[in-house]
Design a protein around this ligand. Structure first.
Ligand code: GLN
Length: 484
């Protein structure tokens, strides 16, 4: 049986009609994990007992004749920077190698209210810093479409699990592209909600003014369903918005007639792969043929987004990561005195990239440089936000590549951090502006690597990008393709 290839909504129908049981489905996924995990490495921890217990309780509910919720019994994975009560949450860092949170993140609580089958915790770049999972303190995840390539990052484990059949859906986090870029590299759907749409309580902080949790799924319908489950105000996160949460599945209507779509010329940058550019421009033609209007637009400060992001994110990271001092959280390496102990702990247990960002962040925040770097970056951030505000006066959504290339080779960029940072050119502007974005599969390169485009929406208007994404998906037929 190939239940592991199906979407959550297909499986929900099979569970509801009693054609399959949740235990059967869970067994099927574990068989797949047993077959694939040694080559993919999507997970850091597999929680078989928790999963089997949930599956049994779903079956009991079905046998009592009760109705099940859309995600009930559906096997899923959670990125390992999202706290899970009683289950290790390492952030792929040696410094948190044995950290077991005493509480669930709000998203886990909300998801658990639907009783999905939680399979385990997925791999990431350490503390979500990176775009390839090569910065994981434990292992590199492989791209299911080509094992010599990265799955993207930082939510690479989450995307690879969905693309390989090792989970039906997963949660990721996105600070500068970490949901959308791995989704595009792995040929699946990934959505970064508007900043504040989903509670960050229990998400281990990387850059608090940019971080958001969101779904990675096989299709747009599942994406809307998972977003429904996790969105909403939370008194534990003062930055979560009190705005009403619409039913996102209501946006699953195939209709873009009259929708104004902007193509930002700055996103078709030098260095963009020709196959990627062609696929995204072809997608624009599909939208046009379905009745949307396409406009070329300009987001003039796009060029500054990378440098702005790589000042603000490290500045916030340096502050957030101060807590890992060998005393309050995580592991400790002793020394002759407290100072030496802290030095040993942080030197030996943080990876290279995390240390690089702590140094950049502290430098940018230090007296004498604060105005020149951090404050300047905040001002440019406002200009980037204004670019979007201006653009959205004329268009309803913006269409762009998710990343300038398809998945790159493992080892290709890791020794050149700047080159790696430049990969984020299409994703970081949204985080700086707090806007929602969804990455949707739209083709393959000549080497058969998945390509994704990104639809960017107005603040709190996930509904419109979901509708446009759904319309494209129905018309194009591009969907996650899970290999045997
Ligand atoms: N690749 C980006 C970075 O390295 C984005 C990471 C993220 O979104 N968590 O910071």
């Amino acid at each position: 049986m190939t239940l592991y290839k199906k979407t959550a909504h297909e499986l929900h129908d099979l569970l509801t009609s009693k054609e399959i049981s949740a235990v059967e489905l869970t067994e099927n996924i574990f068989e797949r994990i047993d077959a694939k995990e040694s080559e993919i490495g999507a997970y850091l921890e597999i929680t078989r007992d928790v999963a089997e217990k949930s599956a049994r309780s779903v079956d009991e509910k079905i046998s009592r004749g009760e109705k099940i919720l859309p995600l009930e019994g559906i096997p899923c994975g959670i990125k390992d920077n999202i706290c899970t009560k009683g289950i290790k949450t390492t952030c792929a860092s040696k410094i948190l190698a044995n950290f077991i949170p005493p509480y669930d993140a709000t998203v886990v609580k909300k998801l658990s209210a639907q009783n999905p089958v939680i399979l385990g915790k997925t791999n990431l770049d350490e503390f979500a810093m990176g775009g390839s999972t090569e910065n994981s303190g434990f292992h590199v995840t492989k791209n299911p479409h080509d094992l010599t390539r990265v799955p993207g990052g930082s939510s690479g484990g989450s995307a690879a699990a969905v693309a390989s059949g090792e989970a039906i859906f997963t949660l990721g986090s996105d600070t500068g592209g970490s949901i959308r870029q791995p989704a595009s590299f792995c040929g699946v759907v990934g959505l970064k909600p508007t900043y504040g749409r989903v509670s960050r309580y229990g998400l281990v902080a990387y850059a608090s003014s940019l971080d958001q949790i969101g779904p990675i799924t096989r299709d747009v319908t599942d994406c809307a369903t998972v977003l429904n489950a996790i969105a909403g105000h939370d008194e534990m996160d003062s930055t979560s918005t009190a705005e009403n949460v619409p039913d996102f599945t209501k946006s699953l209507v195939a209709d873009v007639k009259g929708l104004k779509i902007g193509l930002p010329k700055e996103y078709f940058v030098k260095g963009i792969d020709a196959d990627v550019e062609k696929s995204v421009r072809d997608a624009a033609k599909v939208f046009e043929s379905l009745g949307a209007e396409i406009f070329e637009i300009s987001l003039p400060h796009t060029d500054f987004a990378i440098s702005t992001y790589y000042l603000i994110a490290p500045a916030e990271a340096a502050t957030n990561l101060e807590r890992y001092d060998g005393v309050s959280y995580g592991e400790r390496i002793d020394g002759a005195d407290v100072v030496e102990m802290m030095k040993n702990t942080r030197t030996k247990l943080f990876g290279e990239e995390v240390k690089r960002r702590i140094i950049i962040g502290n430098y940018a925040l230090s007296a004498g440089y604060y105005d020149a770097y951090y404050l300047k970056a905040l001002k440019v951030r406002t200009l980037i936000q204004k670019d979007f505000t201006d653009a959205f006066k004329n268009v309803d959504v913006i269409l762009a590549p998710t990343a300038p290339t398809a998945a790159f080779k493992i080892g290709e960029m890791i020794s050149d951090p700047l080159k790696m940072y430049l990969q984020d050119v299409c994703t970081v502007p949204l985080n700086l502006a707090g806007l929602p974005g969804i990455s949707v599969p739209c083709g393959f390169t000549k080497n058969n690597l998945p390509i994704g485009f990104q639809l960017i929406g107005k603040a709190l208007d996930e509904s419109t990008i979901l509708r446009a994404a759904f319309t494209y998906e129905q018309a194009s037929g591009f969907k996650a393709d899970i290999k045997d």
